[in-house]
Each structure stands twice: as C-alpha cells, then as structure tokens.
Design a protein around this ligand. Structure first.
Ligand code: MG
Length: 379
C-alpha cells in the first residue's frame, strides 16, 4: 500500500512526537533517579605552575610562567573545575586568590547548587575585588551544574556553538627578530593581535608587516598618554590594516579617550577601563565596545550580564582572557557565540597545558560538546 506524501509527513510527525514524548519521560525518570542529596560541595583548592612557551611582555611587565589557584567542587559523584587566573594589575596575587577561595568555602559547603544565582551573589560579597578567585568558583559551579544535567554549558544558555567567531592570536612585545618568529609561528591564525604602547610601535608594525599582511588588532595597554598622540597612532594603524584598537589611553583618561573615539575611523575598545557591568554605562561615550574577561568580571554569570548590558548600549563585544590553561579559556569560549571579537588564546601561549577543551581550526573556535565545560585533564 502506498502512502501519499501528506500522509507520510503526518505519520512521520506523529512518530517523532511519540519518540519525543518517550525521551522526555526517560529524561524526567532519570532526573528523579538522579535526585540530588542535601548539602553543599566538598571544596578542594590546588595551585599549579604554568610555564610559558615564550617570555610574555606587555607594556606593564614580563613573565616566563604563571602560577594560579584551581578549585574543584564535588557533590553526588559529579565534580566541577575552575581556574582563578589572577592579575597583579587589579591587586591580586596567588596568596590573595587562595585566601579568597578559602573564605568563600563555607558558602559552597552549605549551598544549594541550583540556587546558583544566590550562591554567586554570596561569593561576590566575600573579600573586596579578588575577581579571579570568584571567577574560578563560578566556573566550577557552572561546570558542575551542566555536568549534572548532562549538557554542554552553551546549551544551558541556549547558544549555538556554530556561531562562535574566529579568535585572534596575540603576539607579545619582544625583540623584532622574535616578533617576526612569533608571527610566523602564528601561521594557522588568520587574525593577529599585536601588543603596542611601548616607544617602538613603528618598529613593531614594520616587523609584523615584513612577514604578514593579515588583519591586525592592536592592544596599547594604556600606553599612549596624550590624546593627540593616541589619535595619530590609531589613524596610522587604521591605514595599515588594523581593524580595532584596545585601550589606547590610561583607564582614568575617559574624556581624552572619548575625544579620540569621536575622531577615530576604527573601533576603540575598553579593557583596563572595565571590570564588571556597573562600569559599562559610564564608558559608552568613550568607547565603541568593551573587552570582557571572565577572570576580572568575577565569573561567567557576571560576564553574561555584561554582554547584555553592553548590547543594550549598542556596544561591540570583545571576549578576552588572561594567559591561562584551557580550563579558563574553554569556560570563556562558551560565551563566544554572543561576541564580536573573541581573543581567546591564553592557553596557546603555554608550554604545557594541563587541560584540554576548546580547540581552534583556522582561527575558528570549536567548542567541545561534552557535558559542562567539556574540559578534560589533570586537576
Ligand atoms: Mg588588553
């Protein structure tokens, strides 16, 4: 007996609906079986040294390794991991980061993980500043929740991982020979981010341009202290294949930066000027966009809030990172489908990465589809 096309579609749809109902029943049954025990997490804190592939210099300082705190939250046979990549620019150290996680531990040990918004709010109230520690905790919390649910974090947020844009690869300040070598090593990345703001910007650009014609993004790290100089630099860069400039002037020079932004022909992005959502409204006049870093925002939940607030003000969104392992970078990468300019390369600068997660193919961020952050490796 043959079936008309219409009948076939109708029957197929019915079959799909039945299959859908069956899987829903299975899902709710497993949720019942998986009923969570009362009480909070077992909290473990570790520190790890991460050696860098090359010494890393920006306009502030140079380093050859990083040593960060990592946090593990365990409950009901499921664990979540987080990394606290602290930044001396914001008064953080390894010691202050560990101390902050210890101080927040009683909250985590007695919390209900499903009230994760309240858990995060309580953690944010511990120790003024110290956002890296709070970010490490929030990353571990979101990892745990999504592993428990058995879905990737991007799915929890309703995001399409195929919308993750191309990331930049950063070239640190170095000798001109090393700059050229680093640019050549960065061959698989179609977009490069160049650190400037020392007194040899012209030399750096000439070295980079002697080996590549790729689109560049420039981070001045507050290096230009005069508005006329900053505008001259920005326009010179725009004429040389640079499509945005990050933090041209010191964070406190907002009026001068607004003057530059008004005249510049490429976007000016805030980095050192912005930490959390409450900083954003005051920056809308001076910048075209903001660079969100999960580490300085104090976590994934605050980073998501920052994205919506910046969008409501018509601002572009860059998604940055610290030099850190694939744990932090993958956590941030789950937000990347909502951003314009991801700059998630901190893990690529390590000699040995203790974790594996997001990968990069021809610059495109490929999010892992495993539950939680989808990160594997040694805690
Ligand atoms: Mg920056």
């Amino acid at each position: 007996m043959s079936m008309s096309r219409k009948e076939f579609i109708h029957t197929a749809a019915k079959g799909a609906a039945v299959a859908g109902a069956a899987s829903l029943t299975a899902a709710s049954a497993s949720a019942v079986e998986k009923k969570m025990s009362a009480g909070g997490f077992k909290v473990t804190i570790k520190t790890k040294r991460l050696d860098l592939r090359h010494a890393w210099t920006i306009s502030r300082n140079t380093s050859t390794f990083k040593e960060y705190a990592f946090v593990k939250l365990e409950k009901d046979g499921v664990f979540g991991l987080g990394e606290a990549a602290h930044n001396v620019r914001y008064g953080e150290s390894l010691e202050s980061t560990v101390a902050t996680i210890e101080k927040a531990s009683p909250i985590l040990q007695s919390c209900d993980p499903w009230k994760y918004v309240d858990v995060n709010a309580a953690v944010q109230n511990v120790c003024e500043g110290q956002t890296a520690a709070k970010a490490g905790i929030d990353i571990a919390l979101m990892d745990w929740l999504c592993k428990w649910l058995g879905i990737p974090l991007y799915q929890f947020w309703g995001l399409d991982p195929r919308k993750a844009p191309q990331t930049t690869f950063s070239i640190g300040i170095d000798t001109m020979e090393m700059v050229k070598q680093k640019v050549e090593e960065a061959a698989p990345y179609p977009l490069l981010k160049i650190k400037m703001g020392k007194d040899n910007d012209e030399e750096v650009l000439a070295a980079v341009r002697s080996v590549t014609q790729k689109t560049l993004r420039v981070d001045a790290n507050e290096g230009w202290k005069d508005k006329e100089l900053a505008l001259r630099k920005v326009e010179w860069l725009a004429q040389n294949g640079v499509d945005l400039v990050e933090q041209p002037m010191p964070a406190h020079m907002l009026e001068e930066t607004a003057w530059v932004k008004e005249r510049a022909t490429i976007p000016i992005i805030a980095d050192e000027s912005v930490k959390t959502s409450q900083d954003i409204p005051a920056l809308a006049q001076a910048f075209d966009g903001i660079n969100i870093k999960v580490d300085k925002a104090g976590g994934l939940q605050e980073s998501l809030r920052m994205i919506w607030m910046a969008r409501s003000l018509g601002m572009k969104i860059m998604l940055g990172c610290m030099v850190s392992s694939s744990l932090s970078i993958t956590a941030a990468a789950h937000l990347s489908p909502l951003t314009d300019f991801p700059d998630l390369d901190g893990n690529l600068l390590l000699a040995h990465d203790p974790f594996q997660g997001v990968t990069v193919r021809e610059g495109w961020l490929i999010l892992p589809d495993k539950p939680g952050l989808g990160v594997t490796g040694d805690f």
